[in-house]
Write a new protein. Structure first.
Length: 211
């Protein structure tokens, strides 16, 4: 059952995840009675997989990240296969997402991404509006870290975010390194669906990776 907290009672949703400097994984939770909090465990929450799925849908409305347990995981993997096949090839980094080019910005000094959050309404801070969540990532370099707005078509930022989610939640993403794409998707049970998507794009099945 859900664990009560003095802050707000029963947890209704997740808004974020982060890794502390000590290497601990903390989860951003929202309470039914109001208020948000970072806490270290969510395993005892009711419907925890549904809460993770809802968080991913809010943080990645384009479907670029999915947990293997989600009911539409294979459908998303097929779309990734088609997307990758037509914008770089199965053995290359993703070049396009939608109609926009993935960018390699100059002066990108982030070593790693240590957090992701998706907040709406007053929780999102000044400038947020339209009912859309504000997606932010915690970027780190050496001993410094700061929260910054996610830039959707920043290739290295998306790749580092994907790596953090894979490490903490087992979430897979189209932005994970292409060199590990087959291994990761095979372990997640999604490689066959990904290959089907690549074949449907007219490129044939995704080729096997070489060791």
């Amino acid at each position: 059952s859900d664990v009560d907290s003095p802050l707000g009672g029963v947890v209704v949703s997740l808004f974020g995840i982060r890794i502390t400097r000590a290497g601990e994984v903390w989860y951003g939770v929202r309470y039914a009675k109001g208020g948000n909090e970072w806490r270290r465990e969510i395993e005892t929450l009711e419907d925890v997989e549904d809460k993770i799925a809802a968080f991913l849908l809010m943080a990645f409305p384009d479907g670029s990240a999915v947990h293997p347990s989600m009911s539409d995981a294979k459908d998303k993997a097929r779309k990734w296969g088609s997307l990758v096949a037509t914008s770089g090839g199965p053995q290359a980094p993703l070049k396009l997402e939608g109609d926009a080019t993935m960018l390699e910005p100059d002066g990108f000094y982030c070593d790693r991404v240590t957090g992701l959050r998706a907040l709406t309404g007053s929780d999102a801070g000044p400038g947020a509006g339209g009912g859309k969540p504000r997606i932010c990532v915690e970027v780190a370099r050496k001993n410094l870290s700061v929260w910054a707005t996610m830039v959707q078509h920043n290739r290295p930022l998306q790749a580092l975010t994907a790596a953090m989610l894979y490490e903490t939640l087992g979430v897979v993403s189209v932005h994970l390194p292409y060199q590990s794409r087959q291994t990761i998707l095979t372990e997640a049970g999604l490689w066959e669906a990904f290959s089907e998507g690549a074949a449907s794009a007219g490129t044939g099945p995704a080729p096997m990776e070489q060791d």
